[in-house]
Ligand binder design. Structure first.
Ligand SMILES: [Fe+2]
Ligand SMILES: [Fe+2]
Length: 254
């Protein structure tokens, strides 16, 4: 059994006229809750929009928070992130390197391909050809007897939120062709939606984590001051992979 937490969209530095205090408090609350668990997690996955503006100051905050977790934290950038500062602060990499931030993590019980679906300067997403080639090779080289999780920020299909659907990940048929070649892929995990959602993609589970910093109201729920709700509490997902099957539990953190 492989058990891991899935968080997303911490948007550190998001200034709701409070200098980023609210985003920081909510991110700390979530990470503290994970650290305080009496049981063990095999990993914590963050599917992007780690920061709100992609500044070095915001990444310094992110590095401190994520680095202090007692768990193994895996992450990928979102549309609010910036590759150079992300690399420098979170991966000890070259701040001038603007290539996609793609990382493979081989853990004892599972493989995680953390893919960069961001397009610098834009809100929508795309896995470019270099990223898909990298993913194909990474999955081909991964242990076939362990589940592989393909993670990125932008959902590669509509989730029915008017705010997010126009800036989802496009070119998704290319991603489907890659994952269909690798039967050990167990699921695809994303963020960006700011609402927990479960659907299927290429015959596999696709789970979008809820947002830490805010929650998206669906069209039929009505909108108070816009589609994003800043009052609903942060949430997270727990994924369990067992007997060849993924089960997801969602938790509200009041
Ligand atoms: Fe976001
Ligand atoms: Fe996003």
């Amino acid at each position: 059994m492989f058990v891991f937490a899935h968080i997303s969209d911490t948007h550190l530095g998001q200034d709701r006229a409070d200098g980023g205090a609210r985003a920081l408090e909510r991110t700390e609350r979530v990470l503290r809750a994970l650290d305080a668990l009496p049981g063990e997690l095999d990993a914590v996955v963050h599917t992007g929009d780690v920061t709100d503006h992609g500044t070095p100051e915001e990444y310094a905050q992110a590095a401190k928070l994520l680095g202090a977790s007692r768990h193994t934290v895996l992450h990928c950038p979102g549309n609010h992130d910036a590759r150079g500062p992300y690399r420098a602060a979170l991966l000890d990499g070259d701040p001038d390197d603007s290539a996609p931030v793609n990382r493979l993590h081989v853990l004892p019980g599972a493989t995680f391909a953390m893919c960069d679906s961001s397009i610098p300067g834009r809100g929508d997403g795309y896995l470019d050809d270099a990223t898909l080639d990298w993913l194909d090779a990474a999955l081909a080289g991964a242990h076939r007897d362990r589940p592989a999780f393909v993670c990125f920020h932008h959902p590669p299909l509509r989730l029915h939120g008017q705010y997010v659907d126009p800036i989802r990940q496009f070119g998704e048929e290319r991603l489907a062709a890659v994952v269909e070649r690798h039967p050990h892929v167990a699921a695809l995990l994303c963020g960006h939606s700011h609402t927990p959602a479960v659907t299927a993609f290429a015959g596999l589970p696709l789970v979008a984590a809820p947002g830490v910093v805010s929650s998206l109201r669906m069209p039929w729920e009505g909108e108070q001051n816009g589609p994003l709700d800043y009052e609903l509490p942060p949430m997270l997902a727990y994924h369990v992979h067992d007997d060849g099957r993924l089960t997801t539990h969602f938790r509200v953190l009041p």
